[in-house]
Design a protein around this ligand. Sequence first.
Ligand SMILES: Nc1ncnc2c1ncn2[C@@H]1O[C@H](COP(=O)(O)OP(=O)(O)OP(=O)(O)O)[C@@H](O)[C@H]1O
Ligand SMILES: [Mg+2]
Length: 227
Amino acid sequence: MSKEVISLSDVNIYHGSNMVLNQVNLKIHSGEFVYLIGKTGSGKSSLLKTLYGELPLREGEGKVAEMDLKKIRPSNVHLLRRHLGIVFQDFQLLTDRTVFHNLDFVLQATGWKESGKRKARIAEVLNMVGLATKDFKMPFELSGGEQQRVVIARALLNDPEILLADEPTGNLDPEVSDDIMKLLKEISNKGTAVFMATHDYRLINKFFGKIYRCESGMINETSSLNG
Ligand SMILES: Nc1ncnc2c1ncn2[C@@H]1O[C@H](COP(=O)(O)OP(=O)(O)OP(=O)(O)O)[C@@H](O)[C@H]1O
Ligand SMILES: [Mg+2]
């Protein structure tokens, strides 16, 4: 049996006093590939934000990588994030430094003290995303797809149990999106759970995964993309 890495029971998600999702029940296991679909404004990003501790869990029970979401505070959210890789639509690399220094910045911020080990880890993750020779490039010297690969490499640095991706292919053309999907699939095949919000049904039809749909304030597992 694979391990449960995300579990939500009867969770209600709010922005201020406005309830966005109610009675969310969801379980994700290590190595699973799971899509989150739903119309714009249906609550996909809000659900992901709850999982990475950006939105506090007020009602219901939630566990992510064995941490209780109700106990997450600004002062300990870094302990949760250590188990997570997070990837967004817009690439969010630091524009003033090279690929290597973007990655090194994260390793230093997460306690990697020895520069030799940092160097080796950076080489490893760049290799995983197929950018082994691009470490000296500035972000603006890379294509959109390459930048998104660097973002994924950055998310993998601390060997996360879970990768949360919010529209990771939203700014990419179909061919490049497919390459990113292949990479995300490889990552889940190695045991990391991948939970990905997307509007792109073409990808869902092409790359198998479990599907949850946000609709009318609820989340349900579905096997159909219609409706
Ligand atoms: N920071 C915020 N403050 C208040 N309300 C918010 C905030 N962010 C989102 N909302 C509201 O919460 C609801 C869900 O938004 P959310 O961003 O989770 O949707 P989404 O499914 O990710 O949409 P999209 O497909 O457009 O990214 C919307 O009604 C939105 O207006
Ligand atoms: Mg969103």
